[in-house]
Design a binder for this molecule. Structure first.
Ligand SMILES: [Zn+2]
Length: 509
């Protein structure tokens, strides 16, 4: 079976990573873990985008050479991956020699096939976007709408890609699900915007820069370097060895899922598939573009001093809770707001009070009433927990992370309510023979919850799994569970072991 190939966008290395990047990376990691857990072989790629004028500017500001500068930033991105327990299979840098070679060879073919041409071009260029803007793109102050600065008039002789030739083909492959080259784009309203814009016409695009040195030189025109955006997009095929081991490449291409942010959707849904078609490759199968979040209502920016970095979150909440909290604040695909306060509240309610309390009091009472030994139980499902959680697999496939969290919280609530209504402290006093069955059911519930939480909270899920007396790995148990095999938990006679407090309550300062 072909492997499941999932990517984040490669992140622009002009500044340190922040939670905007981590959000996409964690989402990709949760999915990668989910697909591995459900029997797919996965290849998960992330990396850094390291060329272009903005890198040169940032390096100058830092008093460094561009390569030295991106080496430092790239290392910071790699640190965040470790910090957040990310299981990427590969990390690509666009300054890797293998990538540079792929970009050269890819365009040498397009050059030989007449898909690109040279022409003189004069236009309004935004240095921050690193692209030419059409007069219609500007705001009422005649500035770049994203960067609020006036673009400069720039005239160059550049190489152009015949993007306009792909207009009809792109409309068809984006809109027709039965097209063999279909590229599914989500959310659908963004797909519809793209198709609408496509239908108004498509211009050829410049793919080179003459005035810039920090880029990959064009093999057929040494005066020019490739435009950073077309260079960057090729990472998805250079990282899997398009000109290397063809067997590996064929196992992975076309990519199953590119995660992107909404501002780069046009590059991914239009320019990227057109480049692939020009070369003779199939476009990726699916794109999912997520929204942006603001911090306490403001856009995250250095000037406002509200940039949040992974280590602050991990320092406050721990790695597992950080992964969980990042993904459930905002429906994936929508815009929304996050704040330390909202995350802290959610941490306290969902994790400290609800989940942490369920595990802690169940195991405490078991030690007290049953000597900490898993009793004989009814077997099978407990409290309808498996049914409660049955929508979760479909939600993973639709990237509905916040709904998964809600569903899991409902399941935890249900188990907690069961404790309240059964009142095991009374049952113990009365030597009620149903006590053993109740605790068996609670342990079974806790095990089922930890199986479903494993892609989000791999460390904590494993701890919970072991605490109910299970040996082995929760992800292995989850694989069997989701394959519909019988998984034996809890096991009669095993000893439970109450873990240290899983989620210490956080008092907001
Ligand atoms: Zn701009």
């Amino acid at each position: 079976m072909a492997k499941f190939y999932i990517t984040t966008p490669i992140y622009y290395a002009n500044d340190l990573p922040h939670i905007g990047h981590d959000y996409t990376t964690v989402a990709a990691d949760v999915l990668a873990r989910w697909y591995r857990m459900t029997g797919r072989e996965v290849f998960f790629l992330t990396g850094t985008d390291e060329h272009g004028a903005k890198i040169v500017q940032a390096a100058e500001k830092a008093g460094k050479k561009p390569k030295e500068f991106v080496d430092g930033i790239s290392a910071e991105f790699k640190n965040d991956l470790k910090l957040l327990d990310i299981t990427n299979d590969s990390f690509i840098r666009t300054t890797d020699p293998v990538h540079e070679k792929v970009v050269s060879e890819f365009f040498a073919k397009l050059h030989a096939d007449g898909k690109i041409y040279k022409k003189k071009y004069e236009g309004l260029y935004c240095v921050h976007c690193e692209k030419f803007l059409s007069p219609g793109d500007l705001n009422e102050d005649l500035c770049c709408p994203d960067h609020k600065v006036k673009p400069v008039t720039q005239s160059e002789e550049n190489w152009f890609f015949k993007l306009s030739e792909y207009q009809d083909r792109l409309v068809k492959l984006l809109s027709d699900e039965n097209d063999p080259g279909h590229l599914a784009v989500y959310p659908l309203e963004r797909r519809n915007e793209i198709i609408g814009k496509l239908k108004t016409g498509l211009q050829d695009i410049s793919i080179s820069r003459a005035s810039l040195k920090w880029g990959i030189p064009m093999p057929f025109d040494r005066e020019q370097v490739f435009y950073v955006w077309v260079d960057a997009l090729l990472n998805y095929i250079s990282a899997i060895g398009i000109f290397g081991d063809r067997k590996k490449f064929d196992e992975l291409w076309p990519a199953d899922l590119h995660l992107t942010a909404k501002d780069i959707l046009w590059f991914h849904a239009v320019i990227w598939p057109a480049m692939l078609l020009a070369y003779g490759l199939r476009p990726p199968k699916k794109l999912f573009s997520h929204g942006y979040f603001t911090i306490n209502g403001d856009k995250m920016s250095k000037t406002l001093g509200n940039v949040i970095r992974a280590k602050e979150l991990v320092g406050r909440f721990g790695v597992d809770a950080t992964r969980y909290l990042l993904l459930l604040q905002v429906p994936f695909g929508s815009d929304g707001d996050v704040s330390f306060q909202a995350m802290t509240e959610r941490y306290n309610t969902d994790l400290a009070n609800n989940l942490g309390n369920l595990v802690s009091r169940t195991l405490t009472m078991m030690e007290k009433y049953l000597g900490g030994i898993v009793p004989e139980g009814a077997g099978g499902t407990a409290f309808g927990m498996e049914e409660e959680l049955s929508p979760v697999p479909g939600m993973f496939d639709r990237l509905e992370f916040n709904r998964i969290a809600e569903q899991i919280q409902k399941a935890i609530d249900k188990a907690n309510r069961n404790i309240e209504s059964s009142a095991p402290w009374k049952m113990a006093k009365q030597n009620d023979p149903a006590l053993a069955g109740l605790f068996y059911g609670l342990l079974r519930s806790i095990g089922t919850i930890s199986i479903h939480l494993a892609p989000f909270m791999p460390g904590v899920s494993q701890k919970i799994w072991e605490s109910i007396g299970q040996a082995g790995n929760v992800t292995a148990a989850a694989s069997d569970y989701f394959a519909g095999k019988a998984v034996s938990y809890p096991v009669k006679g095993n000893k439970i072991s109450k873990p240290a407090i899983l989620f210490p309550r956080i008092q907001d300062k």
